[in-house]
Design a binder for this molecule. Sequence first.
Ligand SMILES: [Zn+2]
Length: 172
Amino acid sequence: MIMFRIIMKAALRQISNANYLKSNSHIKVKLTPTQSALKLASELLSSSEAHRRQELGEALLDELSDCAGIDVVELVVSDQNQAHRRSGTRIVMKKYGSYRPSSRTINISNRTAARGQILAPKSFLDTLLHEWLHHYDTHKLRINSIHSKGFYDRLSDLKDKLQIPKNRVSRG
Ligand SMILES: [Zn+2]
C-alpha cells in the first residue's frame, strides 16, 4: 500500500511536471486574428458599459475561438463590483475574472472592488484575453492551464497580434 502510494505520487509529479513543461514551451498563440477581431479589440478600448462590453467581448471571443479552431466560450459580464476579500480596511484579494472549464464560461465583473467604478478599458480587455487564454490552453494545447511564464508569453503574443497598445496595467 505504501509502495503504491509512492508510485502514485511519483506519477502525479511527473504528470504535473510534463504539464508545466508543455505550458512553458508554447510562447506564441497559433492563430491569425481577422480584421474584425482587430476592430472589436479596438472598440473595446473605448467601451465602458457592461452591456456594451458583453456584446463586444462575446463577438471578440467568438472570433478568436474561430481563428484558433476551438469551441466557443460563454461570456458573462456583470455590472457588479469585483469579488474581493478585506483584511480590516485593506483589500487583500480581488477577483478580476474567472474561467470555468467544465461549463466553458468566462465571468468578468465590470466594476472595481472598492469603489465600484467602471473598470478601465485596458483592464477589462486584459482580463478578457487572460481568461480566454485559459480556454485556449484547455482546448487547443490540451493542458491544465496554469500561470507559467509561457502563459504570459502567449498572452503578450496575443495582445501584439491584436495590436493592443502596450502600457503596463496592474492585474492580480
Ligand atoms: Zn488566470
